[in-house]
Design a protein around this ligand. Structure first.
Ligand code: CTP
Length: 441
């Protein structure tokens, strides 16, 4: 009889499962069923068998799901904690986050609080929220820890459930002259990566200060307010002088570095390609907002980064503060960016739109026309995009612009100069005296 054979088979299965700790209620159900073979009708036994089978199956599925979860939990992910001021983010910061991520599976980036930084070094230019926004937009950062202490401790690591603290080989020396990571080192919870030479917040701030001294009037008064006739304002001091003081000979951006930063994802034919361009000088949260909004308009975002000469012409003789290769790296580190055009044309051409298969060209009034100051203004870079009806205007809520950064520097010039003296000496010491170490691979 088929049903009886089924039950016998099932009884054997139950017996073997019993050894593996099968749920006792299920065993009882099964045994009850087996005892019914002799004294029940076939129909009754068949119904009961079906019931037990279903219960068994559900139980079995629950157990395997639980097992899978346990297996995942067993394979614990290594969580790495890095931290910093991350004021005026630059390629060195991004390279530190890239290396930090390689040291584990999850990268938690602690953004030191304004108050702690003020006490340890001096005032920041971007505030807590702004610095967190920009760190959170980095593609290697999984979690942002806000307003953290300047000197991380074992408690800090435990609070963020991290295994290690990682810092550059310029390991920070506190105000009291001690190695800030010594306790973590002793506890075996410290890892080191290589600091990137030739690029720092200190250098960028120094340029901004110098810019401020050289052309305070230009920066604070002459930057175009919307609707003003800029062409009439071009003064002789604004003639392009590319390479004046902004070229940074110490920062070496190799092809390998660009490859490390780039995301290798080819767009597929059905992808809606979005294009946005600009100078992206001193990468800040206003840029992040623009890129995030632009990315939301399609599936693949290409950012055109204007060449130095072009920025020089439309922003003024002292711009860009960051050279093209530095700006390229900053953009490549942003999680909303899929690809960049290195040295994109100021005027968006028909060829560019068709060769890149662009469906949407994004324009931000705040970022582009709002700061243009020279003859480049006379060209309408969006003519072709308007003709093709692919232009999308994006409203940026952030009030942060290059002009605002310059204004902040001007407002706390004294305190910033004092801070710079300290940090510049430390940086010089590192760059002169540190031994070569390899980057994290
Ligand atoms: N960092 C780096 N390369 C740089 C600058 C910073 O690898 N050129 C690393 C630091 O070693 C640190 C992290 O970035 O682990 C955060 O640094 P941060 O506290 O922001 O500042 P500084 O080390 O003072 O950097 P900067 O000189 O740019 O102010």
């Amino acid at each position: 009889m088929d049903v009886i054979d089924d039950i016998r088979h099932f009884a054997c299965l139950l017996a073997s499962m019993n050894k593996e700790g099968l749920d006792t209620k299920l065993i009882e159900l099964g045994q009850d069923l087996i005892s019914k073979i002799s004294d029940s009708s076939t129909i009754q036994v068949e119904n009961d068998l079906e019931h037990v089978r279903r219960s068994f199956q559900n139980y079995h599925e629950d157990v395997s799901n639980e097992k899978q979860e346990l297996q995942l939990k067993d394979k614990k992910q290594i969580r790495v904690y890095v931290d910093g001021c991350y004021d005026l983010m630059h390629a060195g910061h991004y390279n530190s986050l890239r290396q930090g991520k390689k040291l584990g599976e999850v990268l938690v980036s602690g953004v030191n609080s304004d108050i702690e930084i003020l006490a340890a070094k001096g005032p920041t230019i971007l505030n807590d929220l702004e610095r967190c926004q920009i760190v959170g937009a980095c593609k290697w950062v999984d979690e942002v820890a806000e307003e953290t202490e300047y000197t991380p401790t074992i408690d800090t690591l435990n609070r963020y459930n991290c295994d290690f603290y990682a810092h550059g080989d310029d390991i920070s020396i506190g105000a009291d002259g001690t190695d800030q990571a010594s306790i973590l080192k002793k506890a075996g919870r410290f890892k080191m990566f290589k600091r990137t030479r030739g690029v720092s917040t200190t250098d960028i701030t120094a340029k901004l200060l110098k810019l401020n001294e050289l052309s305070e009037k230009e920066v604070l008064e002459e930057i175009k307010e919307e609707g003003e006739d800029e062409a009439s304002k071009i003064s002789s001091s604004q003639k392009p002088t590319i390479g004046s003081f902004n070229a940074n000979p110490n920062f070496l951006a190799s092809a390998k570095r660009i490859a490390q930063f780039a995301t290798i994802r080819e767009p597929i034919e059905s992808d809606k390609i979005v294009y946005v361009d600009g100078s992206f000088d001193i990468f800040h949260p206003g840029h992040v907002e623009l890129l995030q909004k632009a990315r939301q308009l399609g599936d693949y975002l290409i950012v055109g980064i204007h060449e130095d000469l072009s920025v020089n012409q439309y922003l003024g003789s002292i711009y860009p503060l960051n050279a093209l290769h530095e700006r390229v790296l900053n953009l490549l580190a942003c999680k909303y960016v899929d690809d960049v055009i290195i040295g994109a044309p100021y005027k968006i051409t028909e060829r560019l739109i068709s060769d890149l298969n662009v469906s949407v060209v994004v324009k931000s009034l705040d970022f582009i026309q709002g700061t243009i100051k020279s003859h480049a203004l006379l060209l309408n870079p969006y003519e072709e995009a308007i003709k093709r009806e692919v232009l999308a205007e994006v409203k940026i809520e952030s009030t942060l612009t290059l002009k605002e950064i310059a204004r902040r520097i001007a407002n706390s010039r004294e305190a910033i100069t004092k801070k710079l003296t300290k940090t510049a000496a430390r940086q010089e010491d590192y760059e002169k005296n540190s031994k070569f170490i390899c980057e994290v691979r």
